[in-house]
Design a protein. Structure first.
Length: 580
């Protein structure tokens, strides 16, 4: 049986070796960052290294659960648990209601129902004393009632200390409200008569023969002497503050719709919140649509219906009674992957296709474009966000390719590329030389952390593309269905990127000379200090051929630095010495 390789071999240590005085950090297999590979091997006996400094275990994350009753005045008590990190030095919680905490595992009491954005910020220290900050946010929904907490076997005290639940029911005491009624929010005393009674009705109103989705009209039937506001939760991540809203459900399903109203007493004193929820079933088939007698245009613009059938155009789908669909023919039955909150961040570009927020998932038929098996391509990727990015947040990109056309991404090598960093990335992908001939699925995913190919997650988006791989290997029934090829899915990888830094050592100005291809491209230039901290960054657009960039060094002190440049097609790293 082979033995596991040894990370450190002390017999290799030879301190007489004159290692170069350059900073080209490597991460040893022992988890320690060394100035360069020579120092790691000859001064410390480290046999295996990876290029670049060792990453700091600096990923904020948390989970939460119900913590029972923690306030006599009522409220939803939540136990938050910050994921344990051995090198974390501080924790800062923002519970989304104006309250904060600095302990790792706090308990927090929410006093009113609602949607709250909870953020955890941690500071961690690496093995060489370097620090980093990471922020993770998640959205939680605090309901008036939670039926999972109902436990009629609970022995509540036989005392009468009435409380008025947020559901408008008077309970003998807070224990009965929580365990018998599933109520999280209450006020002391009995409920006022005829005060704040939420109610609503709804009607599905599908009349359009061109638009996808189920249109639902909601009618507010709430009563109360002084209603001051309405909050609708449609159960699909969308909300409204209107009195009588109209909402379109993008896809069939069962949704829990909740209406919360706020009332005041007749004297304008205490504000009462009351909630009512109802279950709404949205079907894929609507007979009223099927009954519409309307001629459809004789155009072929296929859509995939929620019944997994392809229709010639949107009108043909709607007049067949199909309520929801998406553009393009129905794809092969790949596992679903999508985000729940794509309005926070979404994919805006894959290759030459510029898209917007598609609601967590989008499919594009690009079978008319091709890639050659065995060749390497650069696929430009770009994401957009709806607001400022939290410090420490980085985009996590992944690309899968179904090389053997078996309708999954589980096989070896089908995770074709992944990257962490900015919203804009260049995926450099080498197409498997043994890939099957034919049109197959490419899956692109962006999130705030790496997700699985079949994962439903909170933030980001998934886009699927069908593109054709050209090869001599016909191993799938789809190999014979080669469409007319009209273009390439991505640009082929170009030559290496060469860089010259001068003068070096430099004083107040340094020139970076880059040898690029004749194709226009963008270049990111970043300078890091000896501790790996970023001290300069700039983006240069529309460059080609030989380019010279002058960088002023007035704000940088003497020392050793690392210059990194990344073009659309490649990356190069060099050393800079500043001696003023």
């Amino acid at each position: 049986m082979p033995t596991a390789p040894i990370c450190i071999d002390s017999s290799l240590i030879d301190t007489s070796v004159a290692c170069p005085l350059i900073l080209s950090p490597v991460c040893g297999c022992d988890g320690v960052t060394y100035p360069n590979a020579c120092v790691a091997l000859n001064y410390h006996g480290v046999q295996a290294v990876a290029i670049g400094p060792c990453p700091i275990d600096c990923k904020a994350d948390f989970n939460w659960s119900s913590a029972g009753i923690c306030s006599a005045a009522g409220g939803k008590c939540i136990q938050f648990n910050g994921m344990a990190l051995p090198n974390a030095t501080s924790w800062h919680w923002d519970f989304g209601d104006g309250s904060t905490s600095s302990v790792q595992n706090p308990i927090h009491n929410y006093t009113i129902p609602g949607i709250y954005k909870v953020c955890l910020k941690i500071v961690a220290v690496g093995p060489q004393g370097q620090s980093c900050t990471s922020v993770h946010c998640d959205t939680i929904r605090v309901r008036c009632r939670n039926f999972s907490q109902v436990d009629t076997t609970q022995a509540c005290p036989a005392i009468y200390a009435p409380v008025c639940g947020c559901d408008g029911v008077t309970y003998a005491n807070k224990c009965e409200a929580y365990f018998y009624g599933g109520v999280n929010f209450w006020t002391p005393g009995v409920c006022p008569v005829n005060l704040c009674s939420p109610n609503f009705s709804y009607a599905i109103n599908n009349t359009s023969t061109s638009s996808s989705g189920n249109k639902v009209n909601f009618t507010n039937l709430s009563v109360g002497p002084s209603i001051i506001g309405y909050f609708w939760d449609f159960g699909d991540g969308k909300f409204s503050f209107q009195k009588d809203p109209t909402h379109v459900y993008a896809w069939p399903g069962t949704y829990e719709v909740c209406l919360t109203i706020g009332c005041t007493t007749q004297t304008g004193g205490v504000i009462y919140l009351r909630t009512r929820c109802d279950t709404l079933v949205v079907d894929c088939y609507d007979p009223l649509l099927d009954a519409i007698q309307q001629p459809c245009p004789a155009i072929y613009k296929p859509v995939c219906g929620c019944d997994d059938n392809t229709y010639g155009n949107a009108c043909l789908a709607r007049t067949a009674g199909i309520t929801s669909f998406f553009d393009g023919p129905c794809p092969y039955p790949y596992c679903p992957s999508y985000s729940l909150y794509s309005h926070v961040g979404w994919i805006s570009q894959v290759s030459t296709n510029h898209t917007g927020n598609d609601g967590g998932y989008a499919y594009f038929n690009a079978c008319g474009t091709s890639l050659q098996a065995g060749n390497t391509y650069v696929i430009p990727l770009k994401a957009d966000v709806s607001g400022p990015i939290s410090p420490g947040t980085r985009a996590h990109w992944r690309v899968w390719i179904d090389y053997n056309q078996d309708n999954d991404f589980d096989d070896a090598g089908e995770l074709a590329w992944q990257g962490i960093g900015g919203l804009k990335q260049n995926a450099v992908v080498t197409i498997n030389p043994n890939a099957c001939l034919g049109c197959t699925r490419f899956r692109f995913q962006v999130s705030d952390r790496f997700q699985g190919a079949c994962k439903v997650f909170s933030y980001g988006e998934v886009e699927d593309y069908d593109a054709t791989i050209l090869n001599d290997i016909a191993c799938s029934p789809k190999a014979g269905d080669i469409p007319e090829i009209t273009g390439s899915f991505a640009e082929e990888y170009v030559e290496d990127l060469n860089m010259l830094i001068y003068p070096n050592p430099a004083n107040n100005m340094v020139t970076v000379n880059m040898e690029l291809s004749d194709k226009l491209q963008d270049v990111n230039l970043v300078i890091y200090n000896i501790n790996g901290q970023e001290v300069f960054r700039d983006l240069y657009t529309g460059l080609s051929s030989n380019v010279q960039i002058e960088i002023p060094l007035d704000d940088l002190s003497n020392g050793i630095y690392q210059i990194e440049i990344q073009s659309n097609f490649n990356q190069a790293v060099g050393k800079l010495v500043i001696a003023k």
